[in-house]
Design a protein around this ligand. Structure first.
Ligand code: MSP
Length: 643
């Protein structure tokens, strides 16, 4: 019987072809929570999607020389592919350009207007396009966006405003009366101290300076502010306001919105205020998790320090990545990603602790009982400790998951993994096997091991579905044969007499030193290989393919030899107002000082890489003739777009 409904959401993502491991963090956590709740008996609705309107998208499409629709078709497709690779078990995927969403956002806007909570005025202030956020003069930090530190633009236009200020007291009261609403606790303090105490100002909720958005239904030269559009996705996808019967009535209010800490303010202030204005229930919880950062700070495409989740999944498998993300980092806090930490987790927790436990047990059943799961005949008192441990983990996992404490939920499961490994050391089956008189005891030990592994496999399934299934294959059981959540509460469910199937190790041990070298080499080679491929005849491309390359004229302001590679030069290039560092393999053809002042062509949107430890943010065009490489130069203003 169902325990009830559970509605869990991720944010709608800004479409981008290159989401990094930090982006994947929100979705992996939501996915595991959805799988967990399904496993323990809830009727789950897991929603994700894409946030496709706004100036940021309009500009990105323009920079790529394509229409927003063309830009979105490619990037949204890439996000869907990524979630497939990461085995994200969403039930619904919303695109904010879907017709039903646009129509319903217009209805929501009209309702707010009719209620008097939206009024027309004039907006003058600062706007951060990458964050799609408005800021007042006093909120800026050193004249820049307080969230991302980038330039803001002064904007003045006729606009509609939402009476956010009116809801200030109700939001404070909401936090007071529902300590569960916003978690972890420190996010609440941030909201109170940074936004609520200084006083909420009314929010500008329309724009006229660009078109890529949902038009205000009664004043079409305005488009609706992208955050109002995006936040509404959580209810429009369920049919609000016109078709509430099946989705909305059943699933709203959401049980939890998973969001990263930088978008808590939208979810914990603006969103509840809109819902209050609409007179509909609020989500039960907003959980603002921390960031996965690199040693140099937050991952971002513009900094070029991103970790590609696809590379990690291809090398180590999705189960290892999900386990690592949720075990290594405390969900509410920031955590630093390094390859070493990842590889150590895989080797110690997965290959050694869990993997060895399973392979040793299956190998012993093969060796000492012809591969047949024996019947337990001679339990001794010391077995009780293992059994009690095994049958009590589920409640600890449930409790940790209730608190969104993924890391400690896994830790509880791994305590049982350790306890079981210790049981092997205590019972020494290889010694028991030497004496035929100990056969009953040996059978019992082997059964207890296999049975505990069955329980473990069910406990890990929400986190590592493939691994759980691989274990079932090894134990010779099918789904449904002791694989339900309730089956973790009882010892002795594993049927005896079935044949085990020895398979390759669940997690092959990694040679960490070699692997780290390969990971670094892989990155360095990528860009060098690209150059060498240039003489190969290439397939035809369309104008759209070509338009994806962002080429700009750049002026050389400084050139130095690469500290570690003779064939490389390190350029500082001025592209409009921006300075870019690019590493190029042309040291054989030019002396550094003869290049300063030249205007070259830069491929500006090439993914940044490190070449022998020096970051390169793009590529300079060159031409090869009779084995002579020459830079392509142009006498055109720096920053000009080449097309
Ligand atoms: N489109 C908005 C959300 C609108 S919801 C009504 C948005 N999109 S996003 O693509 O920029 O971010 C998606 C998710 O990725 C967010 O939860 C964000 O916090 C998360 N992350 C992006 N970088 C991150 C890290 N480096 N670490 C952890 N999570 C981070 O915001």
């Amino acid at each position: 019987m169902s325990k009830g409904k559970y509605y869990v959401t991720t944010p709608v993502y800004y479409p981008s072809s290159k989401l990094h491991i930090g982006h994947a963090y929100t979705t992996v956590a939501a996915d595991v929570m959805a799988r967990f709740k399904r496993k323990i008996g809830y009727d789950v609705m897991f929603l994700t999607g894409t946030d496709e309107h706004g100036q940021k998208i309009e500009r990105a499409a323009k920079e790529n020389g394509i229409s927003p629709k063309e830009f979105l078709d490619k990037t949204v497709g890439d996000i869907i592919d990524l979630w497939k690779t990461m085995e994200i078990s969403y039930d619904k995927f919303i695109r904010t350009t879907d017709d039903y969403h646009k129509r319903r956002v217009q209805e929501i806007f009209k309702k707010l207007y009719d209620k008097g909570d939206i009024y027309k005025s004039e907006y003058e202030g600062w706007y951060c396009t990458p964050c799609e956020s408005f800021w007042t003069e006093t909120q800026l930090v050193d004249g820049k966006c307080p969230d991302c530190g980038r330039e803001v633009e002064l904007t003045k236009e006729e606009a509609y405003f939402f009476k956010l200020s009116k809801y200030q007291d109700r939001i404070l009261k909401l936090y007071e009366e529902n300590p569960e609403f916003l978690q972890p606790e420190l996010r609440k303090n941030e909201m109170i101290n940074n936004f609520l105490k200084p006083g909420l100002e009314d929010l500008c909720v329309t724009r006229t300076s660009f078109d890529w958005g949902i038009p205000v239904p009664f004043d079409e030269k305005h488009v609706i502010y992208v955050w109002i559009d995006a936040l509404s996705n959580y209810i429009t996808v369920q049919g609000y306001p016109d078709n509430v019967e099946n989705g909305y009535n059943k699933y709203w209010p959401a049980n939890v919105h998973f969001v990263g800490k930088e978008i808590v303010r939208f979810h914990a202030i603006i969103w509840p205020a809109i819902l209050m204005a609409l007179d509909i229930p609020l989500p039960k919880k907003v959980f603002g998790h921390g960031w996965i950062i690199l040693e140099g700070g937050k991952m971002s495409k513009s900094k070029g320090n991103v970790v590609d989740p696809v590379v990690l999944v291809n090398r180590y498998g999705i189960d290892a990545i999900k386990y690592f993300l949720l075990r290594e980092y405390s969900f509410g806090q920031d955590g630093i990603f390094t390859n070493e930490v990842l590889l150590n987790r895989i080797n110690f927790d997965l290959a050694n602790d869990l993997g060895n436990l399973v392979s040793r047990t299956i190998a012993m059943i093969e060796k000492y009982n012809s591969g047949i799961i024996p019947t337990s005949k001679l339990d001794v008192e010391s077995d009780e400790n293992l059994k009690n441990n095994a049958t009590s983990v589920w409640s600890k996992v449930e409790e940790r998951m209730e608190n969104f404490d993924f890391s400690n939920a896994l830790k509880e499961i791994w305590k049982l993994v350790s306890r079981t490994n210790k049981y092997i050391d205590e019972t020494t089956p290889w010694i028991l096997a030497k004496d035929e008189n100990n056969k009953d005891r040996l059978d019992t030990v082997l059964y207890n091991l296999a049975e505990t592994i069955r329980i473990l496999s069910v406990l890990i399934q929400p986190f590592m579905d493939n691994t759980a299934r691989k274990i079932w294959v090894q134990l010779g059981i099918d789904e449904g044969q002791g694989t339900n959540w309730e089956d973790t509460m009882e010892f002795g469910k594993l049927v005896t007499g079935i044949k085990v199937n020895k398979q390759s190790p669940l997690f092959p041990r990694i040679d960490i030193k070699k692997e780290l070298e390969e990971l670094i080499k892989g990155q360095e080679n990528k860009q060098e290989n690209k150059k060498e491929e240039t003489n190969v005849e290439k397939p035809e491309i369309t104008i759209d393919d070509f338009a994806k390359v962002d080429m700009k004229v750049a002026e050389v302001v400084k050139v130095e030899k690469h500290p570690k590679a003779d064939r490389l030069l390190v350029f500082q290039l001025k592209v409009g107002e921006e300075i870019r560092q690019v590493v190029s393999g042309i040291a054989k053809y030019y002396k550094p000082n003869e290049l300063v002042g030249k205007k070259v062509i830069l491929v500006a949107n090439l993914k940044p890489v490190k070449l022998r430890g020096v970051e390169s943010q793009g590529m300079i065009l060159s031409a090869l003739h009779d084995d002579e490489l020459s830079l392509v130069t142009a006498d055109i203003e720096s920053g000009s777009v080449v097309s």
